[in-house]
Design a protein around this ligand. Sequence first.
Ligand SMILES: [Ca+2]
Ligand SMILES: [Ca+2]
Length: 168
Amino acid sequence: MLRSTTGLGVVYSWGLPGDMPLPADINGDGWADPVVWRPVNSVWYMLDARSGYEFIASQWGFSSDLPRTADLDRDGRADTIVWRPSEGIWYTKRSGGGVGVIGYGGPGDIPVSGRISSVSSEDFAVFRPGNQSAYIRTEAGEQITKDASPPIPSSGLQVITPPFKAIQ
Ligand SMILES: [Ca+2]
Ligand SMILES: [Ca+2]
């Protein structure tokens, strides 16, 4: 990590070219911490901003996966999750311990990250190009929206920020 001080504050540089930035609260203090996922070795590199930027490295996923974070176990700390495009399966590693597999979506779908519905704290969602439909798994059940607008890729990958245009 590089630290530099400017007249406006402290600027941190974290990660390497090719890393995917996924700022998330890893210590549960309500503030996002620096997190990157490095596809070449599928390692998550995290800095605990509360404890003087303690360094944490956690391998999870394959190089061809797409990463996201969410707090599935609701302990206030981000859990690391990858979507495996060849399978259409989400693999979760929870901050409180334990791993899981969530089969939602399928090969060819475009995964969407983040909270999408208003009924869940965390959703799983995909966009299916073949029928232009969005599928969202919420705590209240499944929502399917036909004729949804495709998500807009960001960071060169297809994990994007919701909402879909057709879902409000
Ligand atoms: Ca934090
Ligand atoms: Ca958690």
